[in-house]
Design a protein around this ligand. Structure first.
Ligand code: GTP
Length: 320
């Protein structure tokens, strides 16, 4: 049995590397205690599965990796699932958020829903922004299929509702399925970055070609766009979402409007995540046991639907 002993620095790696990749992707894992966040992180970093762990661990690790022949420095923040106050910080830091639950634990699924609610509400309440955050709902402990409580279709349905990607995986088996999870996450982040660059260059082009006295169809502030696995924080001049009203051309938005989530966040996220939530599913919570091999690969599902109307959250129930 391997005892996992983190060191005290805030960013660490299991290997020392002289030159690091320029591209960086920050991934944070959120979720209830015991769902297997640390196990996934350690598996990705070391290819080993830990049975014993420090439950109060919260730290950031990095690993140079190669995804699709491109080098990338993957930074992973492991949280310990008991401190909602740090959520704005996590969102500000992260390019991608893995919202984890154990497929064997009902309340961990409910907490994942609460996280999705809180993050969605938070993102919606930012009035001017073109930020994006890759969001992935992740069912863990797939090796415990015989103890499954949360059907796969339920996870898929929730992911579709929130327009995020969905995976199921396990840290207890094959390294490959964990590696795939992190690689897919890096790909999603790259897609989002490309989307932002493309959207900026469209804005730039529009700015240089539209005559100063012309009119333009201008989207309402509430319009938003969404691609397969992200929450988008949309600028008001995206050209593909145009309602029929004509108004005089406003001054163009600066190209560098892209800012990290939270920099403009004036909303009180804490009040958002402490409000009540009614979307609870059936309850029954057997304990996870030791790893039993039934699956070798992570399961991936792409989202199918747009984000739902905003709801309130039950995170406060879990953070007592
Ligand atoms: N069978 C099985 N057990 C797992 C898996 N992942 C983690 N575990 C076990 O579940 C327990 C909790 O794992 P952790 O990785 O520490 O969970 P955590 O979410 O990081 O917990 P906190 O740090 O307290 O938030 C440990 O006993 C692990 O050995 C998995 O994929 N399969």
């Amino acid at each position: 049995m391997i005892r996992y002993k983190p060191t005290s620095s805030s960013i660490k790696s299991h290997q020392s590397t002289v030159s690091l990749p320029k591209e960086e992707v920050n991934i944070v894992l959120l979720g209830k205690q015991n769902v297997g966040k640390s196990a996934l992180v350690v598996k990705y970093l070391t290819k080993r599965f830990i049975c014993e762990y420090d439950p109060f661990l919260e730290d950031t690790y990095w690993k140079p990796d190669t995804v699709d022949q491109q080098e990338v420095l993957v930074k992973v923040m492991d949280t310990y699932g008991k401190d909602d106050k740090r959520l704005p910080y996590y969102l500000k830091w992260a390019d991608a958020v893995l919202i984890t639950y154990s497929i064997t634990q009902q309340d961990s699924f409910e907490m994942a829903l609460a996280y999705l609610d809180a993050i969605t509400n938070y993102s919606r309440s930012l009035s001017i922004s073109s930020n994006e955050l890759v969001l992935i709902l992740l069912g863990t402990k797939l090796d415990l299929e015989r103890m499954r409580i949360i059907p796969k279709c339920e996870g898929e349905a929730i992911a579709a509702k929130f327009s995020c990607a969905f995976y199921e995986t396990t840290a207890a088996e094959d390294y490959e399925c964990v590696r795939q999870l992190f690689h897919r996450t890096v790909r999603e982040v790259r897609k989002e970055r490309e989307r932002v660059v493309a959207s900026n260059s469209i804005n730039e082009e529009a700015r240089s070609t539209i005559p100063i006295h012309s009119t333009i169809n201008f989207p309402s502030p509430s319009s938003s766009s969404s691609s397969s696995s992200s929450i988008h924080f949309t600028t008001a001049n995206e050209p593909d979402k145009l309602p029929s009203i004509n108004i005089p051309l406003p001054p163009p938005l600066p190209v560098n409007l892209v800012q990290r989530l939270g920099k403009q966040g004036k909303v009180d996220l804490q009040s958002s995540i402490h409000s009540s939530h009614t979307n609870l599913l059936h309850s029954s919570t057997p304990k996870a046991g030791s790893p039993v091999s039934t699956h070798n690969t992570s399961h991936v599902t792409t989202p199918k639907a747009k984000r739902p109307p905003s709801k309130t959250s039950v995170l406060s129930m879990f953070f007592k």
